[in-house]
Design a protein around this ligand. Structure first.
Ligand code: FAD
Ligand code: S2G
Ligand code: ZN
Length: 470
């Protein structure tokens, strides 16, 4: 890779060791799904907001666009460079400082490169709960979580990443630093800049730090695994859980038999319960501020009524935190099991909960007609109306050929059904490049025009993650 004046300038800013060239960029330029491979001019790893600002300025002067990257666990092809070799990949991973913990304000201020699992641990050690939890938490960063407004398994009680954030520090497309880290719960002074940057997928600004809420630790967390005969029953169980548990309900995940079959076949040691005899399983969690016994009583009443009404055929309540953790580990292993089975076609959709059974019934039927033997791996955050309605090649089939041949047609069937049922084509993963060309079919012309105007105003030279979202 030849030394250019820009690369020399970047080395002067971050130090030679933090400008990666050629093969050293490999882990940064392939997406987590191993589906797309890009090529970067270089990977630059700034160690501070000031260095990010200077990197943006020299790239802007050179007219070279930037792809911001956190943990590179994104699933919509938003965090790797195009294959032109003309983009700078700016990795935030080196920026891992915890800047402040304010127990009375119940906030923590951290650099964008802090890994989610480490943030959860730091907040736990401070005596609080940080309730963002997703399968990629061991490598995704809080900057990436904010840029994608990530969801995960506790949204039903705590909301998306957006709802957990009280302040941002952002480097803009011309290298200025917007310092908005005050952890204020109320601040009605002009436009909501913070929420404009959250979910913008690196296309409007580079998040360099954030002030996040810390929550009181619940006195007890109880988890139950249930065998559920149909999606109608699962939706009815959700309504009953809301009734019995109210705000104590913190997680409600549905998994179909095919999803659990993949986990069982790739990770038999996880000993997935009940899946062989049940079309669906539901994993639900309650957090109680009173006591473990109070939480257990609530749960037992809920499950008794659910069994009487035949919403649930069988149920276990985790005896302890270890067993609860093992049950959640099964749920979070579905994505890995799919990857182990081979490349697959994913849909991260949301629908009104009441429409989910009808959507699944008609779409299952349509896809089985389209691809005989197709495996429908359907799971997700039913509590938020968010399904990961994924498909896998027929048993023993060629996964790559299946994706190459059918991904487009399958997506058309799924997204048109989502539209018919009043849903969204991206519930939590964002748009990236993967769904960019679908967006115009699913957003009004006015919405698209406003988004283009915002992009033109904040990044007039299209330097920040061009080709993503819009
Ligand atoms: P990256 O992948 O590095 O980047 C994602 C996007 O954000 C890109 O567009 C990138 O340009 C931009 N970006 C990254 N950092 C910054 C920054 N500091 N400033 C500006 N832009 C930035 N997602 C969910 O919502 N819910 C889930 O339950 C969930 N489960 C997952 C399970 C697995 C096993 C995997 C692999 C992924 C899962 N994801 C889930 C998707 C992914 O983990 C999230 O989108 C996550 O928020 C991405 O964080 P990251 O740090 O890896 O970002
Ligand atoms: C989850 C992973 C996405 C997928 O909840 O585990 O968001 O389709 C996901 O594997
Ligand atoms: Zn998810």
């Amino acid at each position: 890779m030849m030394q250019t004046p820009l690369i020399a300038a970047l080395q002067r800013i971050v130090g030679e060791a933090h400008v990666l060239l050629g093969d050293a960029t490999a882990q940064y330029v392939t997406d987590w799904r191993q589906r797309t491979h890009g090529q970067a001019l270089c990977v630059v790893r700034p160690g501070s907001t000031e260095e990010v600002s200077q990197v943006v300025k020299v790239c802007a002067q050179a007219g070279v666009s930037i792809v911001p990257q956190g943990g590179n666990t994104g699933l919509v092809e938003g965090s790797i460079p195009q294959d032109t070799g003309q983009q700078v990949l700016l990795s935030l991973r080196r920026m891992q400082a915890v800047r402040a913990i304010d127990a009375h304000n119940m906030t923590i201020t951290v650099d964008a490169g802090v890994v989610l699992q480490s943030l959860q641990k730091q907040v736990d050690e401070a005596g609080f709960l940080f309730p963002l939890s997703l399968g990629a938490e061991g490598s995704c960063t809080i900057g990436g979580n904010l840029a994608t407004n990530a969801g995960g398994t506790q949204v039903v009680r705590y909301g998306n990443t957006r709802d957990l954030c009280l302040g941002l520090e952002v480097v803009t497309a011309d290298g200025q630093v917007w310092e908005g880290l005050q952890g204020l719960r109320k601040d009605n002074t002009g436009y909501d800049l913070r929420n404009l940057f959250i979910g913008s997928e690196g296309t409007l600004g580079i998040i360099t730090a954030a002030t996040m809420r810390m929550y009181p630790k619940p006195a007890a967390q109880l988890t139950a695994w249930t065998a559920v005969p149909t999606l109608e029953a699962a939706s009815a169980l959700l309504a009953l859980a809301h009734q019995h548990l109210a705000s104590a309900l913190t997680g409600f995940e549905v998994m179909n038999q095919q999803a659990l079959a993949l986990v069982d076949s790739h990770y038999p040691h996880l000993r997935v319960p009940m899946w062989q005899d049940s079309p669906f399983c539901v994993l639900l969690e309650a957090s109680d501020s009173e006591s473990e016994s109070h939480a257990r009583t609530l749960f037992e009443r809920l499950l008794e009524e659910a069994m009487e009404q035949e919403m649930v055929a069988d149920a276990i309540i985790a005896e302890n935190l270890k067993q609860a953790h093992d049950l959640w580990h099964i749920r979070e292993s579905i994505t890995l099991a799919q990857a182990a089975e081979g490349v697959n076609v994913k849909h991260d959709i949301s629908l009104p909960v009441s429409r989910i059974p009808a959507f699944v019934e008609e779409t299952d039927e349509a896809l089985r007609a389209l691809v005989p033997g197709i495996r429908l791996v359907n799971f997700g955050h039913l509590g938020d109306g968010n399904l990961h309605y994924n498909t896998q090649a027929p048993e023993g089939g060629d996964a790559a050929a299946f994706v190459a041949q059918f991904e487009g047609a399958i997506g058309d069937v799924v997204y048109q059904a989502v539209l018919r049922h009043g849903g969204s084509i991206s519930a939590e993963h964002g748009i990236g490049t993967l769904k960019r060309d679908k967006l115009p079919h699913y957003k009004s012309p006015v919405a698209l025009q406003l988004m283009h105007r915002i992009k033109a105003a904040l990044d007039p030279d299209n330097l920040l993650n061009p080709g993503r979202v819009l």
